[in-house]
Design a protein around this ligand. Structure first.
Ligand SMILES: [Zn+2]
Length: 479
């Protein structure tokens, strides 16, 4: 079923048919070499480009290549002439001078916090929370979360992000907004003991997370999320309950961990162990666990993450801006921990720019460690795509341009002075390209960005609605 027909907010992107994800055998790209033109395989879409970064297991790069799509799923990736000989496409898009790559996976964000962009700058985390939590209590409802998430979805898609792992209140409103834009948003009930947030009513935190998760089951292209905010905002019983809900509903468990020195100290004071050890103690570390930040980790905690198959969402922009420190990414990678990349919310990183996060990831650890060979470009690109998909437990469906996977495709215009010459296209994307170079984006085979403009929402209308929230947000400082 085409994504346009079945892109319900409940499901996120649902174009990948779980029963027959590819609709084709894996070797379909080679199965029709001798077909006549009458015998070509019907597909919905073929996109041709100068270069395709597949981000497959061996980082295959194809020149003069094409990607074909049927029912939202990639059916062919290969040389342009060969793919065109094999398919009969209902729509053909030629992007000469462009590079195609998998859609970026933003592994940690708070979408609707776009409404607080610039409201909390140059504050430490404690002061940040002191300002943001009352503002959230005053501002948030289904309507403002809708506006904030629509803006975030447009910003994300136009910046090459096709999948985002969200943690925010009013998840039904967020899902509907992301659906309207065409973004693959994984979200779900958030848990926090904060009284201001709890006072927002049953829809903010989801009255009955168990029922919500049951009503939004895992399926192809989507997975529900349970989001206990952090060990310092959710008590032992709440965390244990989150672990139970995660297991019952095969959800992603998404939480903040080891972000600041103060959090680590607080964990030792309260529990006699570090935050990651505490999460492990409660049985919350699993292959479906995504820990945002992971800045202050001991060797033992890195070992625990590796042993349990947990993922870390590295958020360098947010960590730098809040002065939290720099995560031990080279050590995490060396220990075999799956490291994805996130932007965090726009209140702490001021944008949802994954190209910025990619660049920082590639540069920061070289400078900190005095070793330019660590975290190389190809590794960073994997972190932002396939490893993000792996963090969500969806590496079989997302994160690379391979036959049988969802057609989440980003086109970058390489024909620009700041991107030429291209010796290694992966390095060009990491070290030279920015989100302004993204021209077209498909999610599940649907073109959600065309010539740098969102196709499903009116960017001007959404921008105006977001800007109009500013006086209300500012007004929260008076109370
Ligand atoms: Zn966060």
């Amino acid at each position: 079923m085409a994504l346009s027909d079945d892109y319900r907010p409940v499901d996120g992107a649902t174009s990948v048919d779980g029963a027959t994800p590819a609709g084709l055998p894996p070797d379909a790209r080679r199965s029709s070499d001798n077909r006549s033109s009458d015998n070509r395989e019907p597909v919905d879409l073929v996109v041709t480009a100068a270069t395709v970064l597949t981000v497959d297991d061996v980082d295959t790069v194809l020149d003069d290549a094409a990607v074909a799509v049927r029912d939202g799923v990639i059916t062919h990736v290969g040389q342009r002439s060969q793919v065109l000989a094999e398919v009969d496409a209902a729509e053909r898009v030629d992007l000469p001078g462009h590079l195609l790559m998998p859609g970026l996976v933003n592994a940690h964000t708070h979408m609707a916090m776009t409404m607080f962009r610039g409201f909390t700058d140059d504050l430490d985390l404690h002061a940040f929370l002191g300002r943001i939590v009352p503002a959230e209590a005053a501002m948030l409802d289904a309507s403002t979360v809708d506006i904030g998430t629509r803006a975030a979805a447009i910003e994300s898609l136009c910046g090459g992000v096709t999948t985002a792992l969200d943690m925010y209140f009013f998840p039904d409103a967020a899902l509907a907004a992301a659906h309207a834009a065409g973004l693959r948003l994984l979200t779900g009930p958030v848990m926090t003991d904060d009284p201001g947030i709890r006072a927002l009513g049953p829809d903010a935190l989801v009255d009955d997370p168990d029922r919500w998760l049951a009503a939004h089951p895992r399926r192809a292209g989507w997975r529900p999320v349970i989001g206990p905010h952090a060990i310092y905002t959710v008590g032992r019983d709440g965390l244990a309950h989150a672990g139970e809900l995660r297991a019952t509903h095969d959800a992603v468990l998404h939480t903040h961990a080891a972000e600041t020195v103060a959090e680590v100290q607080g964990s030792h004071d309260a529990h006699g162990m570090g935050p990651v050890e505490w999460l492990d103690h409660l049985g919350l570390l699993t292959p479906a666990t995504v820990l945002a930040h992971g800045v202050h980790l001991t060797d033992h905690e890195i070992e625990l993450l590796s042993d349990t198959g947990s993922s870390v969402a590295h958020c360098p922009a947010s960590n730098l801006k809040l002065g939290c420190g720099v995560a031990r990414v080279p050590d995490l990678l060396a220990a075999g921990v799956n490291v994805a990349i996130g932007t965090d919310g726009a209140a702490t990183s001021n944008d949802l720019d994954m190209f910025m996060a990619i660049r920082l990831t590639a540069l920061l650890h070289k400078g900190i460690g005095g070793d330019p060979t660590v975290v190389p470009a190809h590794r960073v690109l994997r972190m932002a795509t396939i490893d993000g998909a792996r963090a969500l437990g969806m590496a079989d469906q997302l994160g690379s341009l391979e036959v049988g996977k969802a057609a989440d495709v980003v086109a970058i215009d390489l024909d620009r002075p700041h991107l030429q010459p291209v010796f290694d296209p992966m390095a060009t994307v990491v070290y030279s390209a920015g989100r302004g170079d993204v021209t077209d984006v498909w999610v599940g085979g649907q073109r959600v960005v065309r010539d740098r403009q969102p196709t499903r929402l009116d960017a001007r209308e959404v921008t105006a609605a977001l800007a109009a929230l500013e006086p209300r947000v500012s007004g929260t400082l008076d109370h």
